[in-house]
Design a protein around this ligand. Structure first.
Ligand code: FMN
Length: 202
């Protein structure tokens, strides 16, 4: 399989990187992307590198927010090595964004309020699942959900081991696919309180 790229748009001079990511997520959504906020997060830890998709759940000048289980593989990785990188790819607009930085836990209050905003089904699942641990069978998991539903008919509290992270960016790369593989790569690197912009060869 071999497709050529003809991504559109450009990277305006005066847009901050996080605003630009916001623009590109909206553009992907308008172009028909079903999960424009899905990003692949790469971490590294004692067991080596690992990557998985997550949903972006907050974005502003401070960085990218996402929620997960702190005791999962990624959670354990981030405790030992805070540096990580998130990567978005939208085939609909032929654009990619990479955001590298350091992840730190969000406050318990922020995680609580996000947890309570989630649909009930997601709350039961988060409470029942010891993410990334081996389980005996799917049946055991369903039993645990049923047990929690009996114990907390109004919905489970946020598990202590589940919460959010802020990825504070140190480097952003905005990539636009262009014909003949002559792609555009715009990089923003942290320089004090500003961003230094450069262009990379494709
Ligand atoms: C599109 C998509 C979105 C996902 N969003 C999340 C998420 O926001 N949080 C999460 O913990 N897992 C999410 N997952 C599941 C993760 O990819 C992964 O299976 C899980 O977090 C365990 O990863 P780990 O063992 O590397 O820690 C998502 C998966 C997909 C395919």
């Amino acid at each position: 399989m071999r497709s050529d790229y003809a991504g559109s748009g450009s990277v305006p001079e005066n847009r901050t990187p996080w605003r630009l990511l916001e623009d590109w997520i909206s553009a992907a959504h308008d172009a028909g992307s079903e999960e424009p906020e899905a990003m692949c997060l790469a971490t590294s830890g004692p067991e080596g590198p690992s990557a998985r998709f997550l949903l972006l759940r907050g974005l502003d000048a401070a960085g990218l927010r996402f929620y997960t289980n702190y005791e999962s593989r990624k959670g354990r990785d981030l405790e030992s090595e805070a540096r990580c990188e998130a990567c978005f790819w939208w085939p609909e607009t032929q654009r990619q964004v990479r955001v590298a930085g350091r992840a730190s836990r969000l406050s318990a209050e922020t995680s609580d309020s996000y947890f309570l905003s989630r649909p009930m089904g997601s709350r039961w699942s988060a409470a029942a699942s010891r993410q990334s641990r081996e389980i005996e069978s799917r049946h055991v998991l369903l039993e645990e959900v049923a047990r929690l539903q009996r114990e907390f008919p109004q919905g489970p509290p946020r598990p202590a081991g589940w919460g959010g992270y802020l990825l504070a960016p140190e480097r952003w790369e905005f990539w636009i696919g262009r014909p003949g593989r002559l792609h555009e790569r715009h990089v923003f690197v942290k320089a004090g309180s500003a961003w230094r912009r450069t262009l990379l060869a494709p």
